[in-house]
Design a protein around this ligand. Sequence first.
Ligand SMILES: Cc1cc2nc3c(=O)[nH]c(=O)nc-3n(C[C@H](O)[C@H](O)[C@H](O)COP(=O)(O)OP(=O)(O)OC[C@H]3O[C@@H](n4cnc5c(N)ncnc54)[C@H](O)[C@@H]3O)c2cc1C
Length: 473
Amino acid sequence: MPDPARHAALCGQLRSLIGADSVLTDSADLAPALVDHRKLYQGQALALLLPHDVEAVSRVIGWCNQQRIGVVPQGGNTGYCGGATPDESGDQLVLSLRRLNRIRAVDAENFSMTAEAGCILANVQQAADHADRFFPLSLGSEGSCQIGGNLATNAGGLNVVRYGMTRDLVLGIEAVLPDGQILSNLKSLRKDNTGYNLKSLLVGSEGTLGVITAATLKLWPRMRSSATAFIAITEPAAAIALLARLRATTGESLSSFELIPRIGIDLTTRYIDGVSDPFAQRYAWYLLCELTSAGSEPLQDHLQQLLADAAERSEVLDAALATSERVRAAFWKLRETIPEAQRHFGPSLKHDVSVPVASLPRFIHEASEWVREHVPDGVLVCYGHAGDGNLHFNVNRAEGAPSEPFLARESQIKRAIHDLIARYDGSFSAEHGIGRFKREELQRYASPAALSAMRAIKHALDPNGIMNPGKLL
Ligand SMILES: Cc1cc2nc3c(=O)[nH]c(=O)nc-3n(C[C@H](O)[C@H](O)[C@H](O)COP(=O)(O)OP(=O)(O)OC[C@H]3O[C@@H](n4cnc5c(N)ncnc54)[C@H](O)[C@@H]3O)c2cc1C
């Protein structure tokens, strides 16, 4: 049972530690921070903390460690696994990073930037652009997710095929460890082999090993030319053949390679304003593919030639090249609004999986057959970052079917798909992390050696278990 007198006393101590304006307890202020983006979890909290700087974060975490109070770091709260939502006890604190939102430095010559954790991802991209540089991390949520959240989840997104995941984009990190110490390593070095890589450990740790307060990020030259095509293909195997040829012949230019099923077009054109089908005819599968370059290579000509060759092999059935920025944006809008359109269509069961790229067609075939046979009240909406072997293998409730019996089979469906993924040597969480939603999956699919190493690391850094309790492990 919550103890109001104890809670009031604790909040009083917190106010004197970090200032009254940084400790919110009003239920209207707390409400948006207590529920996750997908509305799977509804928590309670003692207070919402909004520290202004890293020193305040350090004071509060040190105090929580002494008091044994759990802290849930929160960025933009766009995560898909419930990692930023407190539990139902009302005893935990939510620590929002949104006031740590300064770009501390952009070093164009060194191709690097230091940004505080609470910077919105789109603002980080913009700051790079203003310095004639490019920061490649790009997600559908970039207008609201924070770079700290991206680091904590090791986010993937639309440009992984060329630049890698968030972990590959970081040079240095600043974080508050569970005992309140500030780990300050914002060096912008490309080479630094000095002991355990703590930066890599914190990236992807989902708030369980400390609070990331800033990072030094890698930048690239600004892209000056691009070629974007929306392509109709016969089947996923054609996508993989085209991908291999693109990679072999365009070198580093291939930056995005997204697979979209017909239903992705049906749903977005139905539910999202301003989305239209790029083709007059209906096809079963599509690709959205983008080449970019900082130089002035004739990317359009190259892509056109490649698509013409693929059409001769009957892999490509139709293709539309973006002739203007407006058309390019329209192609991307179609792809990026699939999750929103799915939400309008009804409840869905989401699986963020990956397999080795070459196995993608076989996996799609086998898993789709399973869904067809075992989930007659479901519709498969399987799309994603095919260039990385990553699929959002989602099953929506079929139109008109009752929700309850469909949702009641969530764990059975999840088990079947994740067991199949394990047989393909794949991952049950390609880019969304573990949070609370996939904790049992980690226990089931991670090896005993990996699990015991993870527990040992957690215990060594956070012996009192104050950092994001009940998440990941
Ligand atoms: C429309 C849409 C599209 C998306 N597309 C993608 C995609 O393509 N690829 C992808 O990977 N994800 C995607 N996501 C998921 C989500 O946006 C990412 O996981 C993102 O990185 C989360 O950032 P956030 O700031 O919202 O973090 P939050 O949701 O607030 O937090 C996520 C986790 O990180 C921890 N955390 C947050 N900030 C910190 C910090 N400063 N220090 C320590 N821990 C912290 C939290 O405790 C929690 O465990 C998408 C989400 C939406 C809604």
